[in-house]
Design a binder for this molecule. Structure first.
Ligand code: 5GP
Ligand code: MN
Length: 345
């Protein structure tokens, strides 16, 4: 089901049958006896990046792949709420095969999101880019990007189906975590009948949806509750911004994290509280990662295309959810966003 075309999209069409055939053929390179397969997802992986990668990995195992590594750039830490099956396949990037027979990337919209692992796009015999970001830059030999898919796991599940993989509980748990996180628990606009059909097939394997949901979403240290309260208490609303549709801004600093003794990942859920603001179409959250560096999350309810802002500022994402790395003071990063937002009026 195709809704409105993603505005400003680098990728605006769904994969064709030829694209699927090319992806299946490339993956078969990794099914040859003795072939070495490397799966990579984006830096600072979220549920969709990790879940689609680890779900796909289990599908390849079912097809007989023995030499299989999963990795992502940066420290090999996975936040507790995102622990899932097949994490034993994770290796640090330093141990990743330098020249695998097959490389598959997950949820990475640009080469930069693969960090130092980007060279495997050159050294791998075959490679497939699995993604769903409209801002995808079209990198990789075989690019399987569906900008209308609610999650990369939707694309991964279809590729597994075409490869003849039977969904089992382990695969299903990973793909479900990916799907439930990227759809905001089946609430976002790309939650199509196909998404619910996939969810039904995943749930039918016997996974515990209540337990998964509690673990991922309803599971926050008390310190994080107080940290959220403090950051939200300082949030600012500008009803005149975004063409009069409103902008809400929140800033979480390293001092906030230190004061409440919280790791940075707890802030991933904070944008969901900020974006609830009824008086604002656009929500902006700055999460400090170094004195002059900010992980920036943006959300829109439809009046603005935040992926255009993110791409212009060196990041990426979707029309209604996007992000980038901001540099300078918080005020400078906020002004840069405001300027780009004003251009959309
Ligand atoms: P979040 O705000 O939840 O971190 O990310 C929202 C969306 O924007 C996700 O689709 C994510 O992949 C994308 N995104 C967030 N930060 C960046 C970034 O620094 N670079 C790129 N290319 N995409 C980002
Ligand atoms: Mn995703």
């Amino acid at each position: 089901m195709i809704a409105t075309e993603p505005a400003g999209a680098a990728v605006s069409r769904r994969p064709s049958e030829q694209d699927w055939d090319a992806a299946v053929a490339a993956v078969r390179t990794g099914l040859r006896p003795g072939a070495r397969v490397l799966l990579v997802c984006h830096v600072n992986p979220d549920g969709d990046a990790l879940g689609s990668m680890l779900g796909f990995a289990q599908g390849l195992r079912q097809l007989g792949v023995e030499s299989l590594q999963c990795t992502f750039p940066g420290p090999l830490t996975v936040p507790a709420p995102l622990h899932m099956p097949a994490m034993d396949l994770l290796v640090p990037e330093s141990e990743a095969d330098p020249a695998p027979d097959l490389l598959v990337t997950f949820d990475a919209a640009s080469e930069g999101r693969l960090g130092s692992l980007v060279d495997r796009l050159e050294t791998a015999e075959a490679s497939v880019v699995l993604d769903h970001h409209a801002s995808n830059t079209g990198f990789g030999k075989v690019s399987l990007v569906d900008p209308y898919a609610a999650a990369t796991s939707v694309v991964a599940a279809e590729l597994l189906r075409r490869l003849g993989v039977t969904l089992d509980r382990g695969i299903a748990e990973c793909l479900y975590i990916a799907l439930v996180t990227d759809t905001g628990s089946f609430k976002f606009d790309l939650t199509t009948p196909e998404v619910h059909e996939l969810a039904a097939r995943l749930v039918a394997t016997g996974i515990g949806v209540g337990e998964i949901s509690r673990r991922i979403f309803d599971n926050r240290p008390f310190g994080a509750i107080r940290l959220f309260g403090e950051v939200l208490g300082r949030a600012e609303l500008d009803p005149a911004a975004a063409g009069g549709r409103g902008l809400v801004i929140a800033v979480a600093t390293l001092d906030d994290l230190a004061k409440h003794e919280q790791p940075p990942y707890v802030l991933e859920a904070l944008i969901d509280s900020v974006r609830c603001t009824a008086e604002a179409d656009v929500a902006l959250l700055l999460k400090q990662v170094a004195p002059a560096e900010w992980a920036v999350s943006m959300r829109s309810k439809g009046g603005a295309d935040v992926s255009l802002i993110a791409v212009a500022l060196g990041g990426g994402g979707h029309r209604l959810a996007a992000g980038f790395t901001g540099r300078g003071t918080a005020a400078e990063v906020i002004s840069a966003v405001r300027e780009r937002l004003a251009e959309q009026d």
